[in-house]
Design a protein around this ligand. Structure first.
Ligand code: CDP
Length: 233
């Protein structure tokens, strides 16, 4: 199967809800709660890209200078697993370390490389298990699960997203500067939206939801209601 092509018989595959959106749009919180409400599996594809960035840094490779083949080969083989909400890379719990802003920046650089994206495709699709999957990221609806039963594009203003990220980091005891976060978010939006492969954009058939003035509970309820409507139509 090539990137972007639909599986040959989507009818027999478990349903997928794809939730894409820019940095700190709330997609992780919304997607994980929707998954819990439906008893579905959950894929945080950003965590895979973040772990890939960490694996690249630890191998002393440079996303901007090392050859794409070498980077893709490394991330395709990285020993990564998810267990009880924890992210394990090479037998080490990296759940917290991959959340740093620096790791997000590096992930965005690594994620711009088409061969790296291809090397991570099968890993992401393997999360599609019964009874279903909620997947969040940038290209869940367009490339990884183009046959998703429901496609949602979550947005929020850059200012609201910077505030959310600030609160997230402070809650984890990580020092942050809101002006710097806003600048980082704008840069990351720009890089993720302008890259040639799987750019961040609303997929065809996706519903857009602006969460700037919504609580997470409201956004979760909105997605669940759309999914139920989709099921009964
Ligand atoms: O937490 P945040 O929304 O800022 O980012 P993330 O979802 O953890 O993803 C980190 C970076 O990985 C993004 O800025 C993207 O460049 C990249 N990414 C991607 O390209 N495709 C995905 N499906 C998920 C993440």
């Amino acid at each position: 199967m090539t990137a972007g092509s639909a599986p040959s018989n989507p009818a027999v595959l478990p349903p997928v809800i794809a939730i894409d959106g820019p940095s700190a749009s709330g997609k992780g919180a919304v997607a994980s709660r929707v998954a819990a409400a439906l008893g579905f599996h959950y894929l945080d594809s950003g965590a895979i890209y973040r772990a890939a960035a960490l694996a690249v840094a630890r191998a002393a490779l440079d996303p901007a200078r090392s050859g794409q083949e070498a980077l893709a080969d490394l991330v395709g083989r990285m020993p990564l697993s998810f267990s009880a909400g924890r992210v394990i890379l090479d037998a080490e719990d990296v759940t917290d370390s991959i959340r740093s802003e620096e790791c997000g920046r590096q992930a965005s650089l690594v994620a711009a490389l088409p061969l790296v994206r291809l090397a991570l495709l099968a890993r992401q699709r393997a999360f599609r298990q019964p009874p279903g999957l909620v997947a969040d990221g940038r290209d869940m609806a367009s490339v990884v699960f183009p046959d998703a039963r429901l496609k949602v594009f979550l947005t929020a203003s850059a200012e609201v997203r910077a505030e959310r990220r600030y609160k997230q980091l402070m809650d984890k005891g990580i020092h942050a500067n809101i002006a710097q976060l806003l600048q980082d978010i704008r840069h990351r939006d720009e890089r993720d939206s302008s890259r040639a492969t799987a750019p961040l954009q609303k997929a065809a058939g996706a519903y857009e939801l602006d969460t700037s003035s919504l609580t997470i509970d409201h956004a979760v309820a909105w997605v669940l209601e759309r999914y139920e409507r989709q099921q009964s139509s």
